[in-house]
Design a protein around this ligand. Structure first.
Ligand SMILES: [Ca+2]
Ligand SMILES: [Ca+2]
Length: 224
């Protein structure tokens, strides 16, 4: 986590520099917190889509958003990355292509980012619009035809917020403990947010990382 901490320190320094210059690129309601939230984006594909290629642009406020590397999901294919950076906004471009039309649904890829921007009420990816914009471009089949409606969707979870109360704390540790001991069964976004180390599985390694975060030993869930 050494690299992530450095990254976070650089982000904090950049934010301070911005403040001292009295530049206000954000809305009047914008505020930063004294801790970092980690969100995870999931690019999912509908079953039987017949998709062969997908092209997604993730525009993000560079100064307060730190993007982790993307992790390939369970849909067979390759990801290529491109990127560009402006003064305020950066673009991460993910181009996914398979060798033939894909008929199984699943996840194309997932990607963490952390921020100290105060998202007042996070429910869906639209609530992150102040800091990140997702542009799901034309999704095509192997013949080069655009598929409509677009079978690719991008959603987000707050990593570690297993009980979905918008904060990550010891209540989430308890919720994950209950799942791992078989007391309860997590599903959907709760299960996704429980995968704190972003390896695609939910187990004791995630519990250990969540405890580290709740204890203040780590500042985010980036893989670095
Ligand atoms: Ca929570
Ligand atoms: Ca995991």
């Amino acid at each position: 986590m050494k690299k992530s901490k450095k990254l976070v320190a650089a982000m904090a320094a950049a934010t301070m520099a911005l403040t001292s210059l009295a530049i206000t690129p954000f809305s009047a309601s914008a505020a930063t917190k004294n801790y970092y939230d980690t969100y995870r984006l999931y690019a999912d594909l509908d079953p039987a889509s017949g998709m062969q290629q997908s092209y997604i642009v993730i525009a993000h406020r560079r100064i307060i958003v730190s993007l982790d590397r993307e992790v390939k999901g369970n849909v067979a294919g390759n990801i290529r990355d491109y990127g560009s950076a402006g003064d305020t906004w950066g673009n991460a471009v993910h181009y996914f292509d398979a060798t033939a039309d894909v008929t199984d649904g699943g996840t194309l890829y997932r990607q963490n980012f952390c921020t100290n921007y105060d998202i007042t009420n996070f429910n869906t990816i639209e609530d992150l619009n102040e800091i990140i914009h997702i542009n799901i471009n034309e999704t095509k089949n192997a013949a080069g035809n655009i598929i409509t409606p677009n079978p690719v969707t991008v959603s987000a979870v707050l990593v570690g917020d297993i009980n979905n109360d918008k904060v990550v704390n010891w209540l989430d540790v308890t919720a994950l403990n209950n799942h791992l001991s078989g007391k309860t069964v997590l599903t959907g976004n709760s299960l996704r947010s429980a995968d704190t180390n972003n390896d695609g599985y939910v187990n004791n390694a995630d519990l250990s990382m969540l405890i580290d975060y709740a204890s203040g030993n780590i500042q985010n869930f980036l893989m670095g």
